[in-house]
Ligand binder design. Structure first.
Ligand code: BG6
Length: 484
C-alpha cells in the first residue's frame, strides 16, 4: 500500500506555551514524527514562544529531550533529530505585556503559511489574539489553534468566541478536540459513509442502543487543580464524548468538507434531549489499598466533583427516536479501554424457536488500545443434536489488517497540526458547535449544583459505581465489560 499524504506548503508555526507540558508530550514529538516521515517542507520553521528565558539552543535541547522521551527509537535514526531541531527557534515573550512581540514579528515570515498554536491557559487566549493583531504579526489568512477547555459553560464559551472573532474570522480559528484526530475516530466516518452495508441498519428500527465508553486507568494525578473545577462532564463529555456521539448519529454530510460535516454534527447536538437527573450517575474514586482517594489527589477533602459519569442521552429525530445512547467515562477504572458498541435489535421472528445461545449482533469499534472493529454474528454451534446457536466475532484489528502501516497509527495531534497547515477545518470544532454542546451540558451541571448532588464513591480498578449498572438494568440492558 502506498501512503498518499497531501503535501503541505512551507509554514511558520509559532507554539505559544512552547516549553509547556503539551508541547513537550505531544506537539514537538508529533511534529518530529511528521518530519521523519518526510511530510514537513525543508524551509518550514517552528518557533517556541513562552515566558521562560531561553535561547534557540536551549529550546532545541528541550525539544530534543522531549523527542527522546516520547518518540520510539526506530524513528530517531541517524541525524534525523539534529536535522529536525535545526528548524526550531525560540522567542521569549510576555503574553500579557509588551515584551518580545517585536522580536516575534521579525521572526515570522509574511510570505509563508502562518499558524499560531495557543498551548496556554485559556485566560491568555484573548491576550494573544489581541497582540497578534495589534503588533501586525499575523497575516490576514493566518490560523490560530485553540486548545480545550473552550470555556466552562455556554456563557464563557460565547465570550471567548466573541473575543477571538474580534481579531480572527471563523475560518482562521482551529478549536482542537484531539479525539477527532484519532485514527479510529476518523474511521467511524469511513465505516459509515464508505460502505453500503451499515446504512440501512443504522437507525432506531434496527439499533437497540449505543454504548460509548472511554475508560481510563489513570487518576487525576498532577492536574488536580484544573480537574477539580471541571469534572468528567466538562473534561470529557462536553467535548470528546459528544463528538463521538455526533459521528455515530449524524446524517451523511453531502461532502467530506468542513462546513458539511460540522453542519450535520450540529444538528445532532440540537436534537439531544434534556437529561433527567435519574438518568445520570456521577462517581468519585475512593482510596484503594495503596492509592489515594480522588479528594486527596486534588487536595480538596470536601470535593463533590465527579471523576466518573454515566448517562443516558436521547436524540429526538426520525433516525434515532427511541434508541438510547449510553455514555460513560471515568478515571481509575479497571482498564484503559475506549469503545463504541452499536447493539442491534433481535431478529423479528426466530425460526429456531427459543434457540439456545442467541445474542444480539453488536458492532464494536475499539478506539484504543488495539484499534479495530468487531461484528458479532450468530452461527450454528458445530456438531450433532439439533440447532444450537453460538456467537462468533468477525474481527478486524487495524494493525493486523493493514500490516506495518496499520500498526503505525499516528498520534491525534500530528494529524491535526498538519490539517491546520493544510487549512482543513473538518476535524476541528466550529464556534456554534461548542456553544451548542455547552447548552446541552449546562442545565445538567446547574441541576447538580442546585440539588447539592454528591457523587457516588467507587473503588479504583473497578467498573465505576454500582448505580451505573442500574442505569442500564432498569432498561433491561447491560453495560459491556470494560477490558483491554
Ligand atoms: C483530555 C482530558 O482531553 O483527554 C484528560 O483532559 C483525559 O482528562 C484525556 O485523560 C484522554 O485522552 P486520551 O487520548 O488519552 O484518550
Amino acid at each position: 500500500m502506498v501512503s498518499r499524504v497531501i503535501p503541505v506548503e512551507n509554514f511558520d508555526l509559532v507554539v505559544f506555551g512552547g516549553t509547556g507540558d503539551l508541547a513537550r508530550r505531544k506537539i514537538l514529538p508529533g511534529l518530529f514524527r511528521r518530519y521523519a516521515g518526510g511530510h514537513i517542507p525543508d524551509a518550514a520553521r517552528i518557533i517556541g514562544a513562552a515566558r521562560a528565558e531561553m535561547d534557540d539552543a536551549a529550546f532545541r535541547a528541550f525539544a530534543g529531550a522531549a523527542i527522546a522521551e516520547f518518540v520510539d527509537e526506530d524513528k530517531r535514526q541517524g541525524d534525523m533529530v539534529e536535522r529536525f531541531l535545526a528548524h526550531l527557534g525560540y522567542v521569549q515573550i510576555d503574553a500579557t505585556g509588551e515584551r518580545g512581540w517585536d522580536r516575534l514579528k521579525a521572526a515570522v515570515r509574511p510570505e509563508v503559511v502562518q499558524a499560531f498554536y495557543f498551548s496556554v491557559a485559556p485566560t491568555l487566549f484573548g491576550e494573544l489574539a489581541e497582540r497578534l493583531h495589534r503588533f501586525e504579526i499575523a497575516r490576514p489568512d493566518a490560523r490560530i489553534v485553540v486548545e480545550k477547555p473552550f470555556g466552562r459553560d455556554r456563557e464563557t464559551a460565547r465570550a471567548l468566541n466573541a473575543t477571538l472573532a474580534s481579531h480572527f474570522t471563523e475560518d482562521q480559528i482551529y478549536r482542537i478536540d484531539h479525539y477527532l484526530g484519532k485514527e479510529t475516530v476518523q474511521n467511524l466516518m469511513a465505516v459509515r459513509f464508505a460502505n453500503i452495508l451499515f446504512e440501512p441498519l443504522w437507525n432506531a428500527r434496527h439499533v437497540d442502543h449505543v454504548q460509548i465508553t472511554v475508560a481510563e486507568t489513570v487518576g487525576v494525578g498532577g492536574r488536580g487543580a484544573y480537574y477539580d473545577k471541571s469534572g468528567a462532564m466538562r473534561d470529557m463529555v462536553q467535548n470528546h464524548m459528544m463528538q463521538l456521539l455526533c459521528l455515530i448519529a449524524m446524517e451523511a454530510p453531502y461532502k467530506f468538507d468542513p462546513a458539511a460535516v460540522r453542519d450535520e454534527k450540529l444538528k445532532v447536538i440540537h436534537a439531544l434531549q434534556p437529561v433527567h437527573p435519574d438518568e445520570i450517575v456521577r462517581g468519585q474514586y475512593r482510596a484503594g489499598r495503596t492509592e489515594p482517594a480522588y479528594a486527596q489527589d486534588v487536595d480538596n477533602p470536601a470535593s463533590t466533583t465527579e471523576s466518573y459519569i454515566a448517562l443516558k442521552a436521547s436524540i429526538a429525530n426520525w433516525r434515532w427516536k427511541g434508541t438510547p445512547f449510553y455514555l460513560r467515562t471515568g478515571k481509575k477504572l479497571r482498564a484503559r479501554a475506549s469503545e463504541i458498541a452499536v447493539v442491534f435489535k433481535e431478529v423479528p421472528h426466530s425460526i429456531f424457536g427459543e434457540a439456545e445461545g442467541w445474542r444480539e449482533n453488536i458492532l464494536s469499534i475499539r478506539l484504543q488500545p488495539n484499534e479495530g472493529m468487531t461484528l458479532s454474528v450468530m452461527i450454528k454451534e458445530p456438531g450433532p443434536g439439533g440447532m444450537r446457536l453460538t456467537e462468533v466475532p468477525l474481527d478486524m484489528s487495524f494493525a493486523e489488517a493493514l500490516g506495518a502501516e496499520g500498526a503505525d497509527i499516528p498520534d491525534a495531534y500530528e494529524r491535526l497540526i498538519m490539517d491546520v497547515i493544510r487549512g482543513n477545518q473538518t476535524l476541528f470544532m466550529r464556534g456554534d458547535e461548542v456553544e451548542a454542546a455547552w447548552a446541552w451540558v449546562d442545565p445538567i451541571i446547574a441541576g447538580w449544583e442546585a440539588r447539592g448532588d454528591r457523587p457516588k464513591p467507587y473503588d479504583p480498578g473497578s467498573s465505576g459505581p454500582e448505580d451505573a449498572l442500574m442505569l442500564l438494568h432498569r432498561d433491561g440492558r447491560r453495560w459491556r465489560e470494560i477490558r483491554e
